[in-house]
Design a protein around this ligand. Sequence first.
Ligand code: AMP
Length: 221
Amino acid sequence: MGKGTQADLLHQRLKACHLSTGDVFRAAGKLPECEQSPAMMEALGYMRRGELVPDSTVWEMVRERKGCLHCAGGFILDGFPRTLGQAESLKQLMDSEGLELTAVVNYELPVSEIVARLSGRRTCEKCKAVYHVKERPPKAEGCCDRCDGKLFQREDDRPESIRVRLEAYDRSTAPLIQFYEKLGLLVQVGAVGTPDEIFERTLARLGSWRAACVDKACRVS
Ligand code: AMP
């Protein structure tokens, strides 16, 4: 519901590595079937239905890309972790690599708005530019302004998949809010507004968050 756009804007601004588990699955879905592993084919089925991919498959994929965690500009994990199991595995990996998360951003948006955003989203099949049929329509219907590519609706943005995704969020992902709050890492950001407005709000929240952390550290030492 726009977190990918925000992660991409942050990646461009901070030069941090952007690892999106959803993008990795979508890229795998574009490969010819003979090049897809059985685990990946299974994962794509979960994704199309709007369900969460099993932790073991997600974790395998993240572990293969753990080099991202050592990027000189830092890293942004987008759409990961999404379950407590994934968060625990990530914590263990980070501890073993001598790394720490700086902050965990949670975007807040009313459910009605989430449904409107997801169901109106259209993506360019060539350059991956993202549009919205009402909020950010292309100049010519169904056609990308940037590259003339054809716009399509993600299978998991269809109404039946959106319902399943929201249920999966409540059941498996929402508990992470408390998990990261307890670790003192949670940064809540309101996600109402345009992508640029949300981005400016994200930068401002992260800036004040960092200042508060530095302040706290100075008082302790
Ligand atoms: P996203 O682009 O982040 O919304 O992810 C699209 C879909 O990919 C999700 O609805 C899930 O089916 C799958 N997916 C992405 N990341 C994860 C994850 N960390 N755990 C489980 N499934 C995931």
